[in-house]
Design a protein. Structure first.
Length: 281
């Protein structure tokens, strides 16, 4: 989340004294100058951290937060963090995302956003039962457009997608093709109505070389499909003090696409209600 902070300055000037009057007239106040740089922070408490539809905390709560630094030219840098379930990330309990890019307006009401995003999981591959698990990370480049309440963004993985192939190799001893060039399409809508912000989202993950992998489900081991969708509908409002309370429903088209724990049969993409309370400052 990002909120531009504008510092206001008030300048007043005495008007010319009329030759036949002692009255003084104040000149109009000058417009406040936009600062070159702005820094904002954010913090959120959420009942279940979902990433592209799938729980990252084994259906448990998460505390999340980060900051953004933006230049008036449209250039920005940022960091965002959340606790995650250790089994999903080979022993890591913290996700840290670092990103940077450029956003602006192509023509009136048509905006753009391009950049790079890196996901890092400290201590992944260490301190867990399987000491040979790889260090988990992921880097994506992205580009998107916004028009009014509508937005679309495409993410492109530059390497093995969250080390999917490397992790499978560590667990099975077999060789797997890499999953670089995997993509994720994010289509979203957000609009405020009488103080309530209504949102809708649909995402589509296309995992390269997906069919070489299998996953556990209640029905047994199945081959991963190449694509999986996720969806979200939400409503949020200011509950006081600038805190935004949100109610959302998340779900996925493939409930058993990922397991919530190594060796678990429960799916990670069950449709469920998620509550959150957040603030930007």
């Amino acid at each position: 989340m990002k909120k531009t902070i504008i510092s206001f300055s008030l300048a007043a000037a005495l008007g010319a004294v009329a030759m036949t009057s002692v009255a003084q007239t104040a000149a109009p106040a000058q417009a406040a100058a936009t600062p070159d740089w702005t820094v904002t922070g954010n913090a959120t408490l959420i009942s279940d951290y979902r990433f592209r539809g799938f729980t990252q905390t084994n259906y448990g709560p998460a505390f999340q937060g980060g900051f953004d630094v933006a230049h008036k030219s449209g250039f920005y840098l940022g960091n965002w963090n959340s606790n995650v379930a250790q089994a999903l990330y080979a022993g890591a309990s913290l996700e840290s995302d670092f990103y940077g890019g450029l956003k602006g307006e192509l023509v009136k009401d048509l905006g753009y956003d391009v950049g790079v995003l890196h996901y890092m999981y400290a201590k992944s591959g260490k301190g867990y039962t399987f000491s040979s698990l790889p260090k988990i990370d992921n880097t994506e480049v992205y580009g998107g457009l916004t028009y009014g309440p509508f937005s679309g963004k495409l993410f492109y993985a530059t390497g093995d997608y969250f080390k999917t192939a490397a992790l499978a190799e560590s667990l099975t001893g077999q060789r797997f093709n890499k999953t670089d060039k995997s993509t994720y399409l994010d289509l979203s809508y957000s609009q405020e109505f009488n103080g309530i912000t209504v949102g809708a989202h649909y995402g589509l993950l296309t995992l390269r070389n997906a069919k070489q992998f299998t996953t556990a489900s209640d029905a047994g081991a199945t081959t991963l499909p190449k694509t999986v969708g996720d969806y979200k509908v939400s409503a949020g409002m200011d509950v006081g003090g600038g805190y935004i309370g949100t109610v959302a429903v998340y779900g996925t088209t493939k409930k058993a696409y990922f397991a919530t724990d190594l060796g678990a049969v429960e799916s990670a993409g069950k449709t469920s209600l998620v509550l959150s309370l957040g603030k930007t400052f």
